[in-house]
Each structure stands twice: as structure tokens, then as C-alpha cells.
Design a protein around this ligand. Structure first.
Ligand code: AMP
Length: 623
């Protein structure tokens, strides 16, 4: 059986590791460098270049050299929005059938998908590792199903069977050997070049489980570089308060300043001070020499480090843990080499963090260990991950019924029973959404399918069991089965488009911001649906000629119907009152129809009306 390698497929650099003599080892190139820059360049003649050779062409041939392809994986133009600035090539979107859209990067007149481009990096990695055929690949904790699937597809194109996709922080925790504890709670603090992630893990009897993840896609070493650039510009008499204002400077000057800032930052991780020599440019015709001390640097970056700790607080809250309940803290990512980061993280969690590993290599090493687990060499450890966003279906009126909640451990399975809203409804359309909000319009549409062939029957008699199954890689299969007829339909979600880490964060934060109005809007939708069904049953009964309904009772029921109709005529969610009014009207209608319903209990439809309290009819209606 061929060996399994672990691959950290990074935005800037990629690494590959495998087990050698029972230990994970990062494989190095001919020059001894473990990093393969995630850069691809297409020369006029010959095959594409990948890694250092490609990176070396970034200045001489920028239009044919591609960086950061990971940001395009599993996404569409609308996902990227204004973010496209990072890529100088033309990007178009194509229909790949079944409603799927794929992006294409236009290089030398040829269109290539992000999956094909990532596959070129993976082929280079494979080559470095002696052409293995099986791999574990890591992805950011917030990658959604579409982005994970795109990563898997890239592996396939590169000739790799991707046995497992795992979260980067999870891999890092494995690399630190934290799985050797029998029990405990672990925080992984991952501060890289462009993003920040905090993951809380639980270990129980050798079972490793991700409790929560939190992060900030706009917080990384690049921000620290920008803070230093602003500091240096201020010393040159400039005043760039805003990040945007940096873009007003000459790009060559800026590029050189960025390099100097990063060098100074790295030097300050080791030395108490450093000197920056800014060469002559029109804004500093004589050049400039600036000494920066560690305390000055620390004061400058303190707000950024504090922001990362705020994110740790959110992750802890989601995991329902306090810092004191964290038994181990592991550091990952180049920016964790900064002494202030190590110090403040230590103070925050009240314990010294693990820093034994090279923070750039930890993820790849962990992927190799996961590969070893899959090869059956480590029997005790079972690795579990969590869903970054809730998954559910759209119910009548546009509300969302969540089947699997955010931060649920995967693999996960959930089944819920729904029913039909209309008499003789022979088909239902099931729309799958992802997100934290209560209404479908505020969530992300993942796909839809139809369950047909339901035998005609009165509304609410059909029993449609909807099952969500998320496998270990986060891929979702939804099955709907009507119990009486055994009709079944299913969909495996290869979602039509991806979602950025930023959007995941935004969706989670919005759900908190809009919690009250969402709750009221959802309640109103459900009450309106309940009222409509109650009215439909009531009218059908009132229209029956075989029933002798005294005129007083009929008038009372009819006025109760009018009250429900009037109370339904609102979309006002500024206060709970409209919902309360509708709820009261529905309860009143239920009360005044109760006696009539009892008299015709042998009729199926009225049986439902009589036996159900209003609240039981609220959710679970498939339109
Ligand atoms: P990563 O994305 O994990 O590779 O982290 C890259 C980031 O780490 C970049 O912003 C680097 O400038 C930063 N970095 C690398 N080495 C150091 C260091 N010694 N001190 C501070 N930052 C560093």
C-alpha cells in the first residue's frame, strides 16, 4: 500500500510532511527549504513553473504569475466582491451545469479553474514527496463545504486520493502531541500572515474533538507590518492614519517600506531594538534612519494582539469554557514568534503556551500524523471536527428550520419530521440553507431538490423525514423520505458557490446583532402560516352542507376568522406586539372552533384541527 502524506496547502506557502521512523518530518527541497511558495508562473514556452522559480518571476512577468489561488477555491465572483484586487489576471465565471458555477483565471488566453491551478501546486508537492498517491490536506477552520470540495478536486486532478480534509488548527494540535493527554481542553492560537484563528479542542479518553472555532480574516502579520509602516511614515513627516491612505504612496516606495517593516518586525522578535534604513525617495530625498525599540514596537502592536484575544474570548464562550479551564495552549503561525504575543497569550490563558515546534511547520506535521492515524498506525486517536455554520431547510413562509447547529461535531446526522401545508400536495421542494439567521433570505442557499410522488392526501397527513448527514470531510447529503409512500429523494451538496471566512464571521456576528428582530420576524411568519392553515380548515368545515351549525356559532367563528386575517396583515417586527396580537387571534379562533371540531371528530381534517394545540402546527411545514 502506498504511503500517505500530509499536505499544508497554504495561501502563501505549502508544505508536505510524512512519517519517517515513526516521526513526522517536513520534506525539504534541494536547497533545504521546507516551504514551496504557492505561486504558479506560465512562461511563454515550456511547462508552468511552481514554487521558488515561479515566485522569482513575479516582478518580471506579473501578469503570467499567480499568487493566492487558495482564495479562489470553491468561490464565485459574487463571493469575492471587491476582493478581486489581489489578483492581476482576468477572472470570469462559467456555468458548470447543475447550477454550479466555476471561476476561471485567464492566463495567456487560456482559462484555468482554481482547482486546476491548485493541482499544479499539489503536483509539485507530490514530486517533492516522491509521487505518493494518497494524502491528507489541511484547510482553514472556516472553509465551507464548497471550498473543501474544491480542495479535494484539486487533489484528484493532481493524481492524489484525498483521504481526509482536516482543519489547520486541529492538525497543529496533533503536531504538538497534545493527543497524548487522556483528558483535557486545549486552545490553539494560530496567528499567521493574513489571518487569525483560535480553536478550542476537547480530549476525552483519547478522542479529540473540536469544541469551537473563532477567528478574524483581517488580522495577521501583514497588519503588524502596516502598523510599522505607518509609524515609519509618521517619522518621515507623513500622516497615514488609514490603511487606505497607504495606497496613496508610490507603489515601489511602499513595496520597499513593507519589506523593511517586516525585516524590522522579525529582528525585534530576537533583539531589544533595531535600525531601519529607509532609502532616498521623493518623499524622503535624503533617506532616513530610524531606531525602533521593542517597547515602542509593542505599544504599536498592542491593539492588534488585544483584538486576537477578543476572538479567543468568543471561541471560549462558544465552547462554554473559561480561560482557567484550558489545560494546554499551542501556538501556530509565524506571528506567534513575537515575544509580546507569547507573553499576552500566556497571561490570557494563565499558562505558558507550547512553542516547541517551528510555527510554520506545525500544520503539515499534524497532517502527517493524521495520515498515520488513517493508515491504522495510531489506534487510540480519533479526530473530530465541527461545522462552521448551521445547516437547515426553508419552511413555509421563508423561515429556516435548522437541523444541525453551528459548532456541532462532525460527522453529524440529524433527522426531523416535516409535513405538507396544502391538501393533495404531491411534491415538495426542499431548499437547503447555511447560516445563523432565522429567515432564509438572510442565509446562504446551498441547493434544492424535489421529492415527488407523494400520494394525494389532506394537508399535514404526509410525514416527510428529512435527514442531514455531514461526513467527516464536511460534505453534506440531504435525504427526504415520505413515510406513508416510501418515496425518497436526495441530494449531495456540491454547493454552487463558496463562502469566505470573512462571510462566515459576518454571518455569525449578524445573527447576534439581529437576534431580536429575527426572532420576531420568524415568529410572525410561523404564526401567519398557522393562522392560514387554521382558517383553511375552518372554512372547509363551515362550507359543509351536511353539518348543522347554529347561526350564532357560525357568526362567532366567522368573526374570529376575520380577526386572524386582520392580525395577519402586518410585517411590523419592531416590537413583539403584532405577533402577540396574531397569537391571541389564533388562540381565540381555536377556542371558538373547538366545539364544532369535537362534533365532527370522525372527519380526518377536523381531527387534526381539534387535536392540535395551535403551537403544534407552527413549524415544520414544507411549502
Ligand atoms: P504564516 O502565515 O504562519 O507563514 O506566518 C507568516 C507571518 O509570520 C508573516 O507575517 C511573517 O512576517 C511573520 N513572521 C515570520 N517570522 C517572524 C518572526 N520571527 N517574528 C515576527 N513575525 C514573523
Amino acid at each position: 500500500m502506498s504511503e500517505i502524506v500530509g499536505i499544508d496547502l497554504g495561501t502563501t506557502n505549502s508544505l508536505v510532511a510524512k512519517m519517517i521512523d515513526g516521526k513526522p518530518v517536513v520534506l525539504r527541497g534541494p536547497e533545504g527549504n521546507p516551504l514551496v511558495p504557492s505561486v504558479i508562473s506560465f512562461p511563454q514556452k515550456g511547462p508552468p513553473l511552481v514554487g521558488e522559480e515561479a515566485k522569482a518571476r513575479s516582478l518580471s512577468d506579473p501578469l503570467n504569475t499567480l499568487f493566492s489561488v487558495k482564495r479562489l477555491m470553491g468561490r464565485t465572483l459574487s463571493d469575492l466582491g471587491g476582493e478581486l484586487g489581489f489578483i492581476p489576471q482576468g477572472i470570469t465565471e462559467h456555468d458548470a451545469g447543475e447550477g454550479r458555477k466555476v471561476l476561471c483565471v485567464d492566463i495567456q488566453g487560456k482559462k484555468r479553474t482554481p482547482e486546476e491551478l491548485s493541482a499544479l501546486i499539489l503536483k509539485e508537492i507530490r514530486h517533492r514527496a516522491g509521487n505518493p498517491t494518497r494524502a491528507v490536506i489541511t484547510v482553514p477552520a472556516h472553509f465551507d463545504e464548497s471550498q473543501r470540495q474544491a480542495t479535494r478536486d484539486a487533489g484528484k486532478i493532481a493524481g492524489l486520493e484525498v483521504l481526509r480534509i482536516i482543519n489547520e488548527p486541529t492538525a497543529a494540535a496533533l503536531a504538538y502531541g497534545l493527543d497524548r493527554r487522556r483528558k483535557g481542553t486545549i486552545a490553539v492560537y494560530d496567528f499567521g500572515g493574513g489571518t487569525f484563528d483560535c480553536t478550542i479542542l476537547n480530549l476525552d479518553d483519547g478522542v479529540f474533538r473540536v469544541l469551537s472555532t473563532g477567528g478574524d480574516t483581517r488580522l495577521g502579520g501583514d497588519d503588524i507590518d502596516r502598523a510599522l509602516m505607518r509609524f515609519l511614515l509618521a517619522r518621515l513627516g507623513q500622516n497615514p492614519h488609514q490603511t487606505e491612505a497607504l495606497n496613496d504612496f508610490d507603489p515601489h516606495f511602499l513595496q520597499s517600506l513593507r519589506g523593511l517593516a517586516e525585516q524590522a518586525k522579525i529582528a525585534l522578535s530576537e533583539a531589544p531594538d533595531t535600525v531601519v534604513e529607509i532609502p532616498a525617495y521623493p518623499i524622503a530625498p535624503l533617506g532616513h534612519r530610524e531606531r525602533i525599540t521593542q517597547p515602542e514596537f509593542e505599544e504599536l502592536i498592542l491593539p492588534l494582539v488585544k483584538r486576537s484575544l477578543d476572538r479567543c474570548r468568543v471561541a471560549l464562550r462558544d465552547a462554554q469554557k473559561t480561560p482557567q479551564q484550558i489545560d494546554e495552549v499551542a501556538l501556530v503561525g509565524g506571528s506567534t514568534r513575537i515575544p509580546l504575543v507569547r507573553r499576552l497569550v500566556g497571561e490570557f490563558f494563565g499558562r505558558k503556551p507550547h512553542t516547541e515546534l517551528n510555527p510554520d511547520e506545525a500544520v503539515a506535521l499534524g497532517a502527517a500524523i493524521q495520515a498515520d492515524i488513517l493508515a491504522g498506525n495510531r489506534r487510540q486517536t480519533l479526530l473530530l471536527d465541527v461545522l462552521p455554520l448551521s445547516l437547515g431547510i426553508v419552511t413555509l413562509g421563508g423561515a429556516v428550520s435548522k437541523l444541525i447547529h453551528r459548532n456541532t461535531t462532525i460527522p453529524a446526522r440529524a433527522t426531523e419530521r416535516f409535513t405538507t401545508a396544502v391538501d393533495n400536495q404531491t411534491a415538495v421542494e426542499i431548499t437547503i440553507v447555511q447560516g445563523e439567521r432565522e429567515l432564509a433570505k438572510d442565509c446562504r442557499d446551498l441547493g434544492r431538490f424535489k421529492l415527488s410522488g407523494i400520494p394525494p392526501m389532506p394537508s399535514q397527513m404526509a410525514q416527510v423525514d428529512v435527514t442531514f448527514l455531514v461526513n467527516a470531510d464536511g460534505l453534506l447529503t440531504v435525504t427526504a423520505c415520505e413515510k406513508r409512500s416510501n418515496q425518497e429523494a436526495r441530494i449531495s451538496i456540491k454547493p454552487s458557490h463558496g463562502l469566505s471566512d470573512e462571510e462566515v464571521e459576518r454571518m455569525v456576528l449578524e445573527s447576534v446583532d439581529h437576534a431580536h428582530e429575527d426572532f420576531r420576524a420568524r415568529r410572525l411568519i410561523e404564526l401567519k402560516a398557522k393562522g392560514a392553515i387554521l382558517i383553511s380548515h375552518t372554512r372547509r368545515t363551515l362550507d359543509r352542507t351536511d353539518l348543522d351549525i347554529p347561526s350564532g356559532e357560525r357568526t362567532q367563528i366567522e368573526s374570529a376568522v376575520v380577526l386572524v386575517l386582520m392580525a395577519s396583515q402586518t410585517d411590523d417586527i419592531t416590537s413583539p406586539e403584532p405577533g402577540d396580537r396574531l397569537n391571541d387571534a389564533i388562540n381565540h379562533l381555536s377556542e371558538v372552533t373547538l366545539a364544532l371540531a369535537t362534533r365532527v371528530m370522525d372527519e380526518t381534517a377536523l381531527k387534526v384541527l381539534a387535536s392540535r394545540k395551535p403551537d403544534q402546527v407552527t413549524t415544520g411545514l414544507i411549502s
